[in-house]
Design a protein around this ligand. Sequence first.
Ligand code: NI
Length: 213
Amino acid sequence: MGNINLIVDPFVSPNPLAEKIDLSSIKADYILITHGHQDHVYDVEQIAQNTKAKIISNYEIVEYFKAKGIEGYGLNLGGKRTFDFGHLKYVNAIHSSVLPDGTYGGNPGGFVIWNDDIKFYIAGDTALTLDMQLIPMTCPALDFAILPIGDNFTMGVADAIVASDFIQCDRIIAAHYNTFPDISIDEKQAKESFKREDKQLVIMGIGESLSFE
Ligand code: NI
């Protein structure tokens, strides 16, 4: 955002789909963590060491990484804080959250982030939940949202379409699919399902970038 780099839930080095990404090339000023599962926190320490990035997550996860010498900002559900990149609110997710060594990982969440230029929602891992309806009531209108669509552990495509109605945002970037066999999807069908509802599902390639006017 501007010249400030945020990364979210880094799971790169053990991820077979991300083999061509060089961890040491990742720039970060902040590492946002939605919850404690290994496929969301695996590379946090390495990237924080490389970049001196600070983490933003729930209080419990921030305390866990503080014990490893990484600084951060802990929030809890419903809490909002202003950073140099804009405003950030930690919102509810229906999921679970335990850190790789078994440490309690607090409540899982998502982030709504906004400044004068751009407004977006990163749902994290979550089921469809009526709480998503609170987002357009309490935050500025979204330019896009990153929603899980892989089913099994989170929402699938059909529920993500309902979520898109709840958050009043028709431009969705897909997340949490195809990394493991349990969450493999048919990308073409997923896109068509969104299109039928006059919505856009963006499925990004590994290392691909996207910019918004
Ligand atoms: Ni998870």
